[in-house]
Design a protein around this ligand. Structure first.
Ligand code: GDP
Ligand code: MN
Length: 376
């Protein structure tokens, strides 16, 4: 789960990490009103996406009139697919240097990798490509040893006094990361101000969805725009669903099989429209719900049903598909692969209803990729 910058800033504040004070506003007039505490301010779009600066979502304003005009412009933007509905207004800070400070759950190194560069401010992904050596990394696996941390920070921050500030911030950020089950926290820019203060001027955080049940205070920060309507509905119906940008709808049982199915579709030259795991239950209604959600996407050119029956019984799925066919207008080719528990019963049900099913997965994938091409 992602959160907005202002929400992330609140968490940093709670962990005693120095941030730049801000006010939140949801319209231009409000932005103007809350800006009067400062002479020169920065108006920043609050969206669940990075790269706001580049998209025109970060603007400096020198008077209340200018704040109103700039807030109006920012509030009219769409950044990374998200319309801007809130901005923050904050004191303009004179920056000497922009660092990037980040922590990421790093499975390949089996720890939490701390990243620091003195070339912050721009997209870290871009720097990682053009000049990866500029990003210093160290993997943390338990408590931070202060001496080791200081030596690491010294690769990017030469001043002892600034490192003292950075040590405190890094330790707090690491505590936050572990205590809240984050998978990513980034401060970019981690700014050295002209007054010699190291300030978090922008923060991004992502939390592990599977750990949110332990952190109601984080769950309560959830922003509904993070999931599409389809994703929210699927969740409510007990389906695990993620929208993708292809044209082949997928209904699969089991997350691993669903991932393998997406890989195979790609391998055979097709593009999946979604990930959908109907789960291990055997309720025919689930098939109806799943197809209903898949069909709502008007990019769909063909649908693949890939069931490897274990707990899920093929005859229940077959009955679900017939129910769905009665209830929904399935106007695209439907390719069904059905194997496992009660496979024969399932096939018989489908055959009697004049629906074909395929046994071999590769054959099914090839058929659905071809069908999606044919009808496009
Ligand atoms: P992002 O583009 O979504 O990462 O948005 P940021 O909040 O990081 O802002 C983008 C850039 O705007 C930063 O890297 C800074 O260079 C600049 N910026 C933001 N706030 C201030 C500020 O208070 N003072 C100065 N001088 N620059 C700022
Ligand atoms: Mn930033």
């Amino acid at each position: 789960m992602k959160i907005h910058e202002y929400q992330a800033q609140e968490l940093l504040r709670a962990y005693n990490i120095p941030i730049n004070d801000y006010r939140l506003a949801s319209n231009a007039r409000e932005a103007r009103e809350v800006s009067t505490a400062w002479k020169r301010v920065v108006v920043k779009a609050q969206v669940l996406s990075g790269g706001r600066g580049r998209a025109g979502g970060v603007k400096v304003a020198n008077s209340p009139e200018e704040v109103e005009a700039k807030a109006k412009a920012v509030l009219g933007l769409k950044i990374g697919g998200y319309p801007v509905s809130k901005v923050i207004v904050c004191d303009f800070v004179r920056i000497e240097k922009e660092y990037y400070l980040g922590l990421i759950l790093d499975r390949s190194r089996q720890g939490v990798t701390l990243m620091l560069t003195d070339q912050g401010g721009i997209d870290i992904e871009e720097l990682a490509e053009s000049n990866p050596e500029a990003i210093h990394k160290i993997t943390l696996r338990s408590d931070i040893d202060e001496e080791i941390l200081d030596a690491f920070l010294a690769e990017s921050i030469s001043s002892k006094e600034l490192r003292k500030q950075a040590i405190s911030t890094t330790k707090s950020l690491y505590s936050l990361f572990l205590e809240k089950d984050a998978s990513l926290v980034e401060i970019n820019p981690y700014a050295l101000t002209s007054e010699g203060k190291m300030l978090a001027l922008d923060a991004k955080m992502v939390f592990d969805d599977n750990a949110l049940y332990k952190h109601p205070e984080i769950e309560s920060l959830r922003n509904p725009e993070e999931s599409s309507d389809d994703e929210a509905e699927a969740k409510a119906k007990g389906l695990s669903f993620v929208s993708l940008d292809g044209n082949i709808g997928c209904m699969v049982n089991g997350a691993g099989l669903a991932m393998a199915t997406l890989d195979l579709i790609k391998y055979h030259g097709g593009r999946a429209a979604n990930f959908l795991d109907v789960g291990g239950s055997s309720n025919p209604q689930k098939a109806v719900d799943a197809l209903e959600i898949i069909l709502r996407n008007n990019r769909i050119k063909a649908i693949l049903v890939n069931i490897f029956g274990g707990i899920t019984r093929c005859n229940d799925i077959a009955n679900g598909l017939l129910m769905a066919r009665k209830k929904l207008n399935i106007d695209v080719p439907l390719v069904i692969r059905l194997v496992g528990t009660n496979e024969e019963e399932g096939r018989t049900i489908l055959r009697e209803a004049e629906l074909d099913s395929i046994h071999d997965l590769d054959d099914a994938i090839k058929a659905v990729v071809k069908a999606a091409r044919g009808s496009s």
